[in-house]
Design a binder for this molecule. Structure first.
Ligand code: UFG
Length: 342
């Protein structure tokens, strides 16, 4: 019997890609999502890619303790990957209670229900945002976390701590936190990808929407940073590569391969790329000219961060494999797919 993985927030950008990879690796997946920040586009895409019309889907909020409890008693769940969370940094500064309320309560409910229903394995979707502006590059899992500059970032730190403390206190559960760097791109089928509501905050959706003519001009936030070309440096990780890291982490838990009850892994390429390099690579690989201009720095941006992914390479047997060109071609193919639908 294949093991069943609950993917909370499974209709969203990362959750839908992870669902595909889990199914293709032979797991049963149960998708649950409150649909507060997405529609069914990606879930429908997941069904097409996998050829599975029967993927169970439950519309629910994990802030609803009774609904969470019911989900875990209705299904036998072997592992849960918790994505369900709000993720807009700026909005979290304006409305912190929305973020603390949703992101913390939902995770507390998931851990509580998992414990009570014999689901040992909990994977938390964390972020490189926990490192803040690092003193040394690349960052390893031992690099100290810095005080968070946004309530969103703070919820990632607090959820990591909740998981660490629960694993220490309750022997019936164990956990992994994956710290993502900058996930970008889309599935090569162009059937699932990022679907930002309103004006995108993140770089790649803004680029693809500008290329599509939905935005007039890409603003590049600052070219006077102390970096080789003056723009910020990031570790852009392909979404399919990122999704595969989850499959490796789930297998590590389900196959009893964990060395400690709580483990943390960076999920990045280990290669820094500047914002300008990314913009140029997008233009080149897709053979188009992007309308962009340099504008002042964006408040709160860190200058540079990239991963040391050695631990994930060695312990998870995972490595980023897709090239920036493949990733940016996929991002553009997805945007064109959306244009065709409108
Ligand atoms: N950028 C632009 N123009 C844009 C959007 C972004 O120049 O229109 C630049 C940013 O200034 C930054 C880089 O592109 O230098 C990447 O920006 P993103 O918004 O795509 O990503 P961030 O690195 O800011 O965000 C990431 C994660 C968040 C996390 C945040 C913490 O996506 O989840 O780091 O700082 F909270």
């Amino acid at each position: 019997m294949s093991k069943r993985v609950l993917v909370s927030g499974g209709a969203g950008y990362i959750g839908s890609h992870v669902t595909v990879e889990l199914i293709q690796a032979g797991y049963e997946v149960l998708v649950a999502d409150d649909m507060s920040n997405c529609d069914l586009t990606c879930f429908e895409g997941v069904k097409k890619i996998t050829g599975r019309e029967d993927i169970p889907f439950v519309k629910m909020s994990f802030c609803d303790e009774a609904a969470t409890e019911k989900l875990f008693s209705d299904w036998k769940i072997d592992a849960v990957i918790h994505f369900a969370a709000f993720k807009a940094v700026g909005e979290s500064v304006e409305d912190p209670l929305k973020y603390y309320g949703n992101n913390l309560n939902s995770f507390v409910n998931v851990i509580g229900a998992a414990r009570r229903h014999g689901c040992r394995n909990i994977l938390f979707s964390s972020s490189a945002t926990v490192y803040g502006e690092p003193d040394k590059q690349p960052v390893t899992e031992q690099t100290p976390r810095k005080p968070s500059t946004s309530p969103y970032g703070n919820t990632k730190q607090i959820c990591e701590d909740i998981l660490r403390d629960c694993v220490a206190a309750y022997p019936e559960i164990r956990g992994i936190a994956l710290r993502y760097f900058n996930p970008i791109g889309a599935h090569p089928s162009a059937l699932i990808g990022e679907l930002p509501r309103g004006v995108p905050n993140n770089l790649v959706p803004y680029i693809t929407q500008t290329a599509a003519g939905r935005r007039e001009c890409l603003n590049i936030f600052g070219n006077d940073y102390p970096t080789p070309d003056g723009t910020c440096l990031r570790d852009f990780i392909d979404i399919v590569d990122l999704a595969r890291a989850h499959v490796c982490a789930v297998a590590r838990m389900l196959d009893d391969k964990m060395e400690k009850e709580y483990e943390i892994f960076n999920v990045g390429t280990g290669r820094p790329l500047s914002v300008m390099e990314l913009v140029n690579a997008f233009q080149k690989v897709n053979n188009l000219k992007l309308n962009y201009k340099i504008v002042p720095r964006r408040a709160g941006d860190i200058i540079a961060i990239w991963a040391d992914p050695t631990l994930a390479n060695e312990k998870l047997g995972w490595k980023a494999t897709r090239t920036t060109e493949e990733t940016l071609a996929a991002a553009w193919a997805w945007e064109k797919h959306l244009m065709g639908k409108n």
